[in-house]
Design a protein around this ligand. Structure first.
Ligand code: FAD
Length: 287
């Protein structure tokens, strides 16, 4: 089923997950048992990431998206990046997705990778959206940035670029993770002013271990509210307490987002069935 149909048919908040393929050095089957547990939570759909700069490759994304849909009965979305791809690479990816019965794509530009010369045939994700729209019957989603994409001139420039992406074919949007809901609400106001009328899901990342904290503070660009930083500092060396505090923080964010009528919650599961289950148990009745 197309994700747009899921949005159109549901009278409640959409609830979806993100998973990522295992590294090339691990067999693909190594995540199947975790996937099965995650799928058993019955989210509306699960999206599967595409390795940055093609490090993991399209085939694993496609294979896992297919497994989620056909073996575990949950609708799936394959992420697809374009900055390091030619049109012919994208053609073969689209053929592959079609052959596997995948109907939904999250169309991304992808990040520039040091030492890899970008291919230049696609400059922005919007170019990929337009190309996919012209070359197949796929539902197309896109990414958005409540706290502004790192390369954008400012928040106005970024939201106007987002409008171009939607006009090029993105039918719904999934946000970058954030820890401060008010940043997301201000972003929603900007999208309304810009005339963006597609559903926008809020990306929520439960921070449940120390290495995640370090990654969050060094690279994701999300602002860290004092309340969040205090919790992380207090429990950074107590793994179980940190896990539980991270889950509690994410649940609090989600409850507030649902109460404020967001279109959807997209949970970055980090392939962790325990965390996904705890959060789903806590918010399932609220959707
Ligand atoms: P774009 O929408 O092209 O935006 C990139 C920059 O260009 C922005 O600053 C924007 O303002 C500007 N821009 C856009 N269109 C125009 C235009 N027409 N004219 C001028 N400027 C423009 N990366 C991966 O490698 N694999 C993944 O699986 C993956 N999944 C992701 C999922 C989500 C939900 C999110 C939020 C990000 C994901 N990323 C992934 C990261 C993403 O690839 C990077 O953030 C990348 O830097 C931007 O990709 P984009 O699709 O948002 O780009």
């Amino acid at each position: 089923m197309k994700i747009t149909e899921i949005f159109n048919n549901k009278q409640r908040t959409i609830y979806s997950f993100e998973v990522f393929p295992p590294k090339k050095t691990s067999p693909i089957e190594s995540i199947y048992s975790k996937l099965e547990e995650i799928c058993a939570l019955k989210p509306d759909f699960i999206s599967v990431t595409y390795g940055a700069g093609g490090t993991v490759g399209h085939s694993r994304t496609c294979e896992i998206a297919s497994k989620i849909k056909h073996s575990f009965g949950v609708e799936s979305v394959a992420h697809l990046t374009c900055v390091n791809s030619t049109k012919s690479d994208i053609d073969s990816n689209l053929d592959d997705l079609k052959a596997h019965g995948i109907e939904n794509i999250l169309a991304l530009r992808g990040d520039y990778v040091e030492g890899v010369e970008p291919k230049k045939e696609f400059k922005y994700a919007g170019d990929l959206c337009a190309y996919i729209k012209a070359h197949g019957d796929f539902d197309i989603g896109g990414a958005c940035y409540p706290e502004v994409h790192a390369e954008a001139r400012d928040e106005v420039d970024d939201v106007l670029n987002l409008k171009k992406k939607v006009d090029s074919g993105a039918e719904h949007l999934i946000s970058q993770l954030f820890f401060d809901n008010s940043a997301f609400y201000r972003f929603l106001e900007r999208t309304k002013i810009a005339g963006i009328n597609v559903p926008i899901e809020a990306g929520i990342m439960p921070v449940t271990n120390k290495s995640q904290i370090e990654r969050m503070t060094s690279m994701c660009g999300a602002s860290l509210p004092a309340k969040f930083s205090k919790i992380m500092q207090k429990y950074e060396n107590k793994p179980e307490a940190l896990r539980d505090a991270g889950i509690a923080y994410a649940v609090e964010q989600i409850v507030d987002l649902i109460a404020n009528g967001v279109d959807g919650i997209h949970l970055y599961t980090m392939n962790n069935p325990y965390v996904a289950r705890k959060i789903t148990d806590a918010v399932g009745n609220l959707l």
